[in-house]
Every structure is written in structure tokens, then in C-alpha cells.
Design a protein around this ligand. Sequence first.
Ligand SMILES: NC(=O)c1ccc[n+]([C@@H]2O[C@H](COP(=O)([O-])OP(=O)(O)OC[C@H]3O[C@@H](n4cnc5c(N)ncnc54)[C@H](O)[C@@H]3O)[C@@H](O)[C@H]2O)c1
Length: 278
Amino acid sequence: MDHGCRRFDGRVALVLGGGSDGPAADGDDIAIGNGRAIALRLASEGAHVVVADRDLASAQATVDACEGEASAVELDLADPESCRTAAERILADRGAVDAVVANAAISGHDGLRTQTIEEWDLSTSVNVTGHWLVVQALLPSMLERSSGSFVFVGSTASVRSSGRSLSYEATKAAQLAVMRHIAVRYARGGIRSNAVVLGVIDSPMVRREFTADPAAARARDSVCPMRRQGTPHEAAAAAAFLASDDASYVNGHSLIVDGGVMAAWPSPPPVIPTPESP
Ligand SMILES: NC(=O)c1ccc[n+]([C@@H]2O[C@H](COP(=O)([O-])OP(=O)(O)OC[C@H]3O[C@@H](n4cnc5c(N)ncnc54)[C@H](O)[C@@H]3O)[C@@H](O)[C@H]2O)c1
């Protein structure tokens, strides 16, 4: 995986939720989710990638797939103590963390009438609280060095509702608020914070939630003006850009990576004339 650039040489990047729950796509040896693709991308660009996941074996599978340097750490975002101790251990082991990608999330299935408090609380812990607790633990060392970059993996559900999952939509929206707060409050300390806002990515998460059935996949393709889903590697390219010095004046930004879904009206778009048609 040679991308022709080494933007993270000598740097340490932490990917939260850098394993993958699977399933793998047909023909792939391992499941490539957004977090795993981001870890692979950052490692291929020279970073030492710390892959953190509640599932250590899954994090280790990512490490094994990385071309560059990487290490695995067990971290449960639903457990504040685990967030703090893992962050301290990473700092002790690696000396510093230059970039953090907040990728892990769980998706609920309930509308407001059936939403349970238990599932709401778990989604809040994993999708929002755990991420800012890790940031809180790492931020002082970044401020000391006047350098640090955060990338939150958001969703079109952060800014639009499909009417599907109250907890997912609410927590993904809150995640962007945390991203903006960090961007504004700590910018003078050399910190940048941004988000990728992902549309439908052909990923394990989507295959789990909406099935890998070819008809369902075609239906997902059809809502996008590009008439296809994105790939985790395309999500990773955008996340790597925001984490890198190429984005040195990009701060507090939500980069939409959705193939044009949010630009379309009506949405889903009608059959769009092909580029060749008059
Ligand atoms: N696939 C899409 O179409 C799509 C669209 C928009 C946004 N996203 C976002 O992408 C991100 C996840 O995508 P993915 O492809 O990497 O999913 P994935 O299922 O491949 O990986 C998620 C990883 O998060 C880990 N995780 C779950 N709960 C955790 C916890 N409590 N503590 C630590 N780790 C935990 C899992 O073990 C898993 O390894 C989420 O932020 C999601 O909102 C995906």
C-alpha cells in the first residue's frame, strides 16, 4: 500500500476502534472497516500506529496487517477507567501521541418510542464520552509540545436524520460538538480537531446493519449520485489528510465524504443523466 507520501514519518497515531467486528467482504482475508483502513493508511505513511480496541485480538489483527510499525492496546470506551489507564500506558510506552482518530461507535436501531435508557447510555459512553476522556488524558502532553491533531469519524447521521436510530443520530451529532469544542478552545495551543462525515461506506458495519445481500448493496449504491458506496480506504484517505500537516490550517471542519449524497436534491436523487448525455 504505497501512497507515495510519508506524512507521518516519526509520528505516533492512535486509532480508537482500530479493529473490526467484521464480516469481511467477499475475497478479503480480513474485514476492512473504517478504523482498520485508517490504521493501515497511517502506518503505510510512516506512523507508529497504536490500534486500540475493546477486542484485543481484533486490534492485533490490524497490527499484523499493517505494513509499517504498529502495536495493539486493549481499551473499552464504555469504561472511563479503561480510557484513562490505556491513554497513560500509551504515553508511557510511546512517549507522545501526535494524532488521534476517534473511530469506534456502536449503532442503535430504535426510534424514540422504543429507545431504552440502557442502550442510550451505552451509545453515549462509547460514541462520545469515551472519546473525550481519551482526549482529556492525552491533551496535556500535546499542549506541552504545542502539537496535536484529532480526527473524529462522524456520519451523515451526525447532521441528518434517517429516522432510524435516535441514539446513533444524537451521539454522532454530539461527537461533532466535541470536535468543534476542541478545535476552538485549544487552537492556540497548537491543537487541531476535525471530522470526516461519512456517507454510506461499504464496510463491515454497514454489511452487519443492512446485510451484504447484493440487492441491498445495489439499493445502497442507488442513493448516491456516484451510484456506488464509498470504500473504507476512501474514508481513510480523508482522515489521513485531516490528521496530517497537509491540513495545517484546517480546524473545526467536518469533511463530507459521501459521494455527493448530501449535495443532492431530491434525495435520494432521481436517475441522473450520465456525463455523456446532453
Ligand atoms: N460504514 C459506514 O457506512 C459508516 C458511515 C458513517 C459513519 N461510520 C462510522 O465509522 C465508524 C466505525 O466504522 P468501522 O467500519 O471501523 O466499524 P467496525 O465495526 O469495522 O469497527 C468498529 C470497531 O470499534 C470497536 N469498538 C466497539 N465498541 C468499542 C468500545 N466500547 N471500546 C473500544 N472499541 C470499541 C469494535 O470492537 C470494532 O473493532 C463509526 O464511527 C461509524 O459511526 C460508518
